[in-house]
Design a protein around this ligand. Sequence first.
Ligand code: FAD
Length: 346
Amino acid sequence: MQNINLEDYKGVYVFAQQVDNELSGIAFELLGEAGRLAKPLNTEVTAVLLGSNVGNLVDQLAEYGADKVIVVDNPELETYRTEPYAQALTAVINEFKPEIMLVGATAIGRDLGPTVSARVATGLTADCTVLEIGDFPINPIPGREQKHNQLLMTRPAFGGNTIATIACPDHRPQMATVRAGVMQKAEPKPGAKAEVINFDAKLEKNSKYVEIQEVIKSVAETVDIMDAKILVSGGRGVGSAENFKLLEDLAEALGGEVSCSRAVTDNGWLPVDRQVGQTGKTVRPQVYFAIGISGAIQHVAGMEESDLIIAINKDEDAPIFDVADYGIVGDLNKIVPQLTAAIKAA
Ligand code: FAD
């Protein structure tokens, strides 16, 4: 049982849902309803705005009836995710102690509302269609104290077969999710201003999300060598990850991509998505350079259908020359820079 002083809790608060920096219609409906509920309580309407770079939405909230706007502006809140949003709204409730907290019964609100109500140890009436300020119990019950100025939250129950009116007399805030399209927006008052409170909710950095973002970024940056028209492919003969710079320069001069043999990916010089061959990718570029690659059958299986194959190898007996259209016998460390320079000069 929550041990709180109900008198500490003041004001009607509204979760001002925004998506992509645009306020959702439900935010205006809740503001209209909050204004109506605030009157008998003789209190103020506060909008809670969570997001990243959302300060520009404050004036709109003021025009639609917010006396105060609490803004939690944090990059973690850029797109809706349960954890940072729940952390932020929980922190706002713990700090500012609203008497009533209204959340839209949208996909976001249905997720956020119950999560937050559990964290602040209060009840939540879901999917309300009517809200009133009144006495609870509505009809006096002998021996039971009747409390005044309670939020009476009405919602369809038992599959819509009955209507239930629920109150939360011993806990605060009184929380409800409110069905969209039911409450009336207030008439906007152009130029109305609200008191703005920027609140640092001290959100935990969500490392998992950052990791996922990095994975997505790396996937987005991944080049599919199967699409490349020119591939500059290197093998063990290149010698090191650093020495692949020679091949990158050549690929850049040609407008191609770098690929490799399995010896290279096994050594960790390039990622596996660059590997050509039986256990890598099958490629068919217009031009395939095989540089410091011996020409093992498992490699050749992945590139022999290339339109034009140019091999560079210091061993004139290397099997790669059997499938090459052009062969250059020599040290790749000398030949590749010369080739790059010649192409750049052309
Ligand atoms: P190496 O065979 O060691 O050849 C290096 C070449 O570089 C040599 O020919 C050498 O003369 C030349 N060289 C060295 N120094 C220089 C220099 N300074 N200048 C010029 N040339 C130089 N391999 C793949 O590539 N792709 C696959 O998908 C693949 N799948 C496999 C699947 C299985 C089941 C197995 C068993 C193997 C697979 N392999 C695959 C491995 C394959 O058998 C070879 O081991 C591998 O292709 C050898 O890579 P490489 O040609 O880079 O190295």
